[in-house]
Ligand binder design. Sequence first.
Ligand code: NDP
Length: 246
Amino acid sequence: MGKLEGKIALITGGNSGIGLATAKRFVAEGAYIFITGRREAELDAAVSEIGANVTGVKGDVASLGDLDKLFAQIKREKGKLDIVFANAGITPMTLLGEITEEAYDSLFDVNVKGLLFSIQKALPLLSDGGSIILNASIVASKGFANWSVYSATKAAVRSFARSWTSDLKERRIRVNALSPGYIDTAPWHSSAVTEIRENIESSGSVPLGRFGTADEVAKAVVFLASDDSSYITGTEIFVDGGVAQI
Ligand code: NDP
């Protein structure tokens, strides 16, 4: 029997990286999942890769209209949700002297507004005693050059986890933040960050000495989604090889 047998879960940004790795683990543990993303081809490929017990819904978390359609579909098809992993996010560098209004707006639109309304609109469907996991980042608690706006969005996410724990206590819904460190997903394969990546790998700044994998993060999400973490709420779990602690 899987740890998520009979559960209905939503993973925003489930068509690649951490979201896709989590989607595979959720299904392996017995859940039925809805995954979202803006890129239709990647969404279709993810649904085929997962194989069963999955529905892909194309949409932008920053669009309230898309979110309304998403939750209407979940209501129609399954009638409830037990787990929401708010994972969709963008991670562009924002050099302090070069931050544009457009870059600022898009980071806050996706990482903060998109996450907030994904949760707000999930609430009517979410079971009492359900689990919400918010994908934050170690950047919320450490200072990293060149990522200040991204870091600010993730600090907001961490703060949401604490506040919503109180907001949702009558319904015993657990809310936790997940803070990955350097995880080997597509954004780290961009040529814009090659030098930064090489510096991280050679500087010894990761106590465990390497980037993490998306699946190593997914295992922690399963823990937070399942009854294994039944007395854990309002906190933050680091999956970072120790980076945030030194
Ligand atoms: P990916 O780029 O592989 O995944 C990002 C996911 O978010 C994709 O599925 C993407 O789908 C989706 N997404 C982005 N914007 C939107 C949007 N507007 N609406 C709906 N979906 C969207 O990278 P990761 O797996 O690394 O990132 C996942 C999360 O993990 C992010 O929140 C990121 O901040 C966080 N994180 C990652 C770390 C790392 O080192 N990799 C470290 C700490 C946190 P699509 O493009 O099709 O919309």
